[in-house]
Design a protein around this ligand. Structure first.
Ligand SMILES: [Zn+2]
Ligand SMILES: [Zn+2]
Length: 137
C-alpha cells in the first residue's frame, strides 16, 4: 500500500511513537471487543510491520489488559489518560495502530469494514468499501 511516515500520541501527550513504512491493512473493526474497548461503533486500525515502529516516550505509563477468553486480543493504553495505544501482534510481526492516535494527516483511507456481522444496530452504515462478516478472506 502507501508508504507512511508519521507520529502519534495519547490524549495527555505522555506516550509518543513514530513509524515509517507500508500500511499493510487499514480496517474499521466492528467486533464486540473493539466496540467495548473504544466505547464507539468500531475501532479504526492500521497495521504496520513491527520493525518500522518505535516508541518515543511514556512507555512506563503503558498498561495492557488481556481479555481472558481471547486468543490474541488485548488492549494497550496510557494509564494516565486511558487512550488506546499501538499494540504488537508478535504472531504476525505486526503493530496495530489505533488511527485516532495519529498526529499527522494521512492520505490513505480504510479499505474495508470487518466483523460486520457483529456490528451494533446504530453503527455507521455501509459505504463504498467492502464489508466482511468476520476476518477478511
Ligand atoms: Zn496519556
Ligand atoms: Zn475488532
Amino acid at each position: 500500500m502507501t508508504v507512511l511516515e508519521f507520529k502519534g500520541s495519547c490524549l495527555c501527550g505522555s506516550v509518543r511513537y513514530e513509524l515509517s513504512g507500508d500500511a499493510r491493512r487499514f480496517y474499521h473493526c466492528h467486533c464486540q471487543r473493539c466496540r467495548k474497548a473504544t466505547g464507539t461503533g468500531h475501532a479504526t486500525n492500521i497495521m504496520v510491520k513491527e520493525e518500522n515502529f518505535n516508541w518515543l516516550s511514556g512507555t512506563s505509563l503503558l498498561k495492557r489488559y488481556n481479555v481472558p477468553d481471547a486468543e490474541r486480543f488485548y488492549t494497550h493504553f496510557c494509564s494516565e489518560c486511558g487512550s488506546a495505544m499501538p499494540r504488537d501482534v508478535p504472531e504476525i510481526g505486526m503493530m496495530i495502530i489505533p488511527a485516532g492516535s495519529l498526529d499527522n494527516v494521512i492520505d490513505i483511507k480504510p479499505e474495508a469494514r470487518i466483523f460486520w456481522d457483529s456490528r451494533a444496530s446504530w453503527s455507521c452504515g455501509v459505504d463504498e468499501i467492502p464489508t466482511f462478516p468476520e476476518y477478511p478472506d
